[in-house]
Design a protein. Structure first.
Length: 130
């Protein structure tokens, strides 16, 4: 039998992330695993850089506000989950998810279909949701 202790779900603010979270919750409950909700803030940083480049006003707390917004959105989906879970936010680096999986010995990654291209880099089994 496969021993799963850590499951990571790469989230963004899309319907496909909700489906990935549902799979993550189910599998985490069945295996009594920790569920990690991973959000890569690279797009937030890109928006900041773009705003700075063209001198658009942008809230200086955009990263913190983004974290709070993401947590608020996904807490609704997590409120009935009785297992152990946490959010991880990463910004500004190449292959944040793949590095996190390897460094934290994640046993299973659950990704929405749009992340299919990175699966060869992930060093654990990957479940792709549609």
């Amino acid at each position: 039998m496969v021993d799963i202790k850590k499951i990571i779900v790469n989230i963004d603010i899309t319907a496909s992330s909700v489906k990935a979270i549902e799979w993550g919750k189910t599998l985490a409950k069945l295996s009594n695993a920790e569920l990690i909700l991973f959000y890569d803030m690279e797009e937030v940083k890109a928006a900041e850089d773009y705003a700075n480049l063209f001198a658009f006003p942008l809230d200086i707390n955009v990263e913190e506000k983004t974290k709070e917004k993401v947590k608020k959105i996904f807490e609704e989906y997590m409120k009935e989950f009785e297992g152990n879970y946490k959010y991880e936010f990463f910004c500004c680096g190449k292959d944040n998810l793949t590095r996190y999986v390897e460094e934290n010995k994640v046993d299973l990654a659950i990704l929405a279909e749009k992340y299919l291209s990175i699966t060869p880099k992930i060093k654990c089994p990957v479940l792709i949701t549609k």
